[in-house]
Design a protein around this ligand. Sequence first.
Ligand code: TXA
Ligand code: MG
Length: 333
Amino acid sequence: MNTKVIDILNIDSAAKCLKDGGTVVFPTETVYGLGADAFNIDAIDKIYKAKGRPSDNPLIVHISDRGDVNKLALYVSEKAELLMDKFWPGPLTVILKKKPEVPSKVTGGLDTVAVRFPSNKTAVELIKKSGVLVAAPSANLSGSPSPTKCEDVISDLNGRVDYIIDDTGCEIGLESTVVDASTEDIVILRPGAITLEMIKEYIPDVRLDSGLIDENEVPKCPGLKYKHYSPKAKVVVVQGNSNNIKKYIADKLTDDNKIGVLTYKGTSYNDAFITIDAGDTMTDYAHNLFSALRSFDRFGAQIIYAEFSVEEGIGVAVRNRLYKAANHNIVEV
Ligand code: TXA
Ligand code: MG
């Protein structure tokens, strides 16, 4: 397949491609998405094929108008309405009971559908111009970190999709918060930039899925049970007292391996093969995590030690992605 990488000046051709059943990668405020017409089964097949994604892992349907929810959801509870009022457009995906006409290919056979109204202007314009609702997973090969830069999309999907829109976006850097609002029991299935604390302000009894708290439970979000977000290099998370972290990692650097260090708040390691700084706050860490993991691979690091500090707010989402990237290889110091 000949993939066309375009800028927003050529968005009309990408919108037409979506309408005609093709695949288009577009930026959002979270990560790049790989979109196709949610009501066209052949187009949906192209998404699974391009990503190499298991077909029981459902997709998020992206809309550009709040009213489009009614094309997808059987009903919307008051709590679900409240979530949409407060956090849309933005990095929140809401799970609702689906209408029968929503293809089960999109929902992985579930009786619910995931809906998101993004805030990124290019994403909204593309969806609007296409005239269709856009099913879109993150635009990475299944298992790799989600792409937050166009070059990362190209390295995964060039030749596998029709269009890639190269534009700014992905300020957040981690995928949207996924909230199950299909019953009265509102549950966060995947943590993201819309945090537990933010939702609690409006829905005091919202809770995190127990699979996010206890690793031994199977997560309710089907995608979270797969190995995920992993670079080729082995990742080890080192957390605890900052002096101990520094000492632990510095001791490891005497090995012969090509060791990368993902630093937090600018620690320096003279003997590292490569260091990348995740920034000074958990918001920075979220923004930089996936692109940093990909950069370590590009440089050929064999092991990545990631400095980490357990924090609330968006820190919960960073922890969720980082622990998965590390396959739960965590050292407390
Ligand atoms: O920020 C995002 O959400 C990005 C951008 C492109 O919008 N999309 C994204 O999609 O991260 P994806 O497919 O990589 O992750 C969607 C997650 C998966 O873990 C999937 O299992 C879950 O949402 N999901 C989708 N539909 C669901 C449903 N009906 N019930 C429970 N989980 C669902
Ligand atoms: Mg994904």
